[in-house]
Design a protein around this ligand. Structure first.
Ligand SMILES: [Fe+2]
Length: 441
């Protein structure tokens, strides 16, 4: 009798494999020249189970932030730190023994943002966790007690008002709540949104006039919950719709528009035009029908919601499998021309995709043989630079050297050699999302 081979799940293998130590390294070696305008910190979050802990799903590892501080053309430091959530330090669980919900419990593993002077690590089940500039954990942050739901890991900062728009979803009513904090960080609106049931709602969008929700057929599944894995599954009966809520009108209602069933983890952007609302996002034809580890592939897709009440128009934009879409964040909710995403061809290779939505072209950008980029974040060359005039920052894993670099590319000449490559003292596992946080915003 032969034993079955033990296979390592993909999320614990290759460069998904967690790192085991927290490092602090100063004055990192740099090839090329770091632009002087890059004065701040590049932070990125991702799941990294602690030693001795095995996560059952890619989404379940303890959050770890990898950060690099740049100033005066130098790479001042690299740090990686687990977020010390109550779950990390004390084993706290979302559902307490008395079945009440503890939103301070969670993994804080999905994104890291800055708003109103606070750096926040986010996961969609829980409250944010505030971090210091050196990535130490301050504690859970609930907007001075005003936030009573979870907070999405994909809030949107309006570049015009400075407002922080976000939502929280839940498995019990209210299933969906929209929130807005003003530019000072004060929570000024919380509005319950009526949806048919509990779904996994990962991202949303804003335009200059509306908040955009995706109510899609990946629904809560009690059997998967009891099995201890990701508690959602595809449901052919749920339907699919996009909702528009007018901004800054606390008593307004959502208007829902039916779309072809699909799933969206990530929106590229949305905006108003003469016809109505345009939404560009990465669309999966379906998700998690047979199990929560089968992701399939997403491609860039456009939904146009006409103001005159006509049916939604759906248009495929590009056929490259892609994830981690980003724009120049100064265009959040406004018409954008350019976008960036990641295309992983096989376990040993990956590319950055550079979308030009006006020209209708997609450029595939290599970061070198056997090198794999992660989410690429755009940083403008100056506060009033054109949409395309700036840099892309991405952690790149070098499969030959077994370590990682912070690579800085010219966004408008992405096939040129990097302007700078910062060599990091350890591998950065393929994680989720991050942001450039300027020292002087
Ligand atoms: Fe995400």
């Amino acid at each position: 009798m032969t034993a079955s081979p033990i296979t390592t799940p993909f999320h614990l293998d290759g460069n998904y494999r967690p790192v085991t130590t927290e490092l602090t390294e100063s004055e990192l070696p740099v090839e090329g020249t770091i632009p002087e305008v890059l004065n701040g910190r590049y932070l990125r979050n991702g799941p990294n189970p602690r030693p001795g802990v095995t996560s059952t799903h890619w989404f379940y590892g303890d959050g770890m932030i990898h950060g690099v501080e740049l100033s005066a053309g130098r790479a001042r430091w690299y740090r990686n730190r687990w977020v010390r959530t109550n779950t990390f330090t004390d084993g706290a669980t979302l559902l307490r023994s008395d079945f009440s919900v503890d939103r301070a419990a969670g993994l804080a593993n999905t994104n890291v943002i800055a708003h109103a002077g606070r750096t926040l690590a986010l996961v969609e089940t829980s409250f944010p966790y505030e971090l210091t500039n050196q990535l130490d954990t301050v504690g859970p942050y609930d907007f001075d007690g005003r936030l009573t739901t979870a907070m999405t890991a994909h809030p949107k900062i309006c570049p015009t008002t400075g407002e922080l728009h976000f939502f929280g979803y839940a498995l019990t009513p209210p299933y969906l709540t929209y929130h807005c904090a003003d530019a000072t960080g004060r929570l000024i609106q919380s509005t319950e949104i009526d949806v048919p049931g509990p779904t996994m709602m990962h991202d949303f969008a804003i335009t200059a006039t509306h908040v955009v929700f995706f109510d899609l057929p990946v629904v809560f599944d009690i059997e998967r919950a009891l099995a201890g894995t990701m508690p959602f599954r595809w449901d052919d009966t749920y339907g699919a719709r996009i909702g528009l809520l007018p901004r800054n009108q606390p008593h307004a209602h959502v208007t829902w528009h039916a779309i072809e069933p699909c799933y969206v983890f990530h929106v590229l952007n949305a905006y108003d035009n003469d016809e109505g609302v345009v939404i560009d996002a990465l669309r999966y034809p379906e998700l998690w029908r047979t199990g929560p580890d089968n992701f399939g592939g997403a491609t860039l897709h456009r939904w146009t919601l006409p103001r005159n009440g006509n049916l939604v128009r759906e248009t495929p934009i590009d056929n490259n499998i892609a994830e981690f879409p980003r724009i120049d964040d100064r265009y959040t909710g406004l018409p954008h021309r350019y976008g960036y995403a990641i295309h992983h061809t096989d376990p040993g290779e990956g590319h950055i995709l550079h979308y030009d939505l006006h020209a209708g072209t997609t450029e595939t950008i290599s970061v070198g043989p056997a090198r794999i980029p992660s989410e690429a974040v755009f940083v403008p060359a100056s506060p009033d630079a054109d949409e395309h005039d700036g840099y892309l920052l991405t952690y790149v894993y070098d499969t030959t050297r077994g370590t990682s670099d912070l690579v800085i590319l010219l966004a408008n000449e992405p096939t040129s050699p990097p302007v700078a490559t910062v060599h990091l003292p350890q591998r950065v596992p393929l994680g989720f999302h991050g942001n450039w946080i300027p020292a002087n915003p």
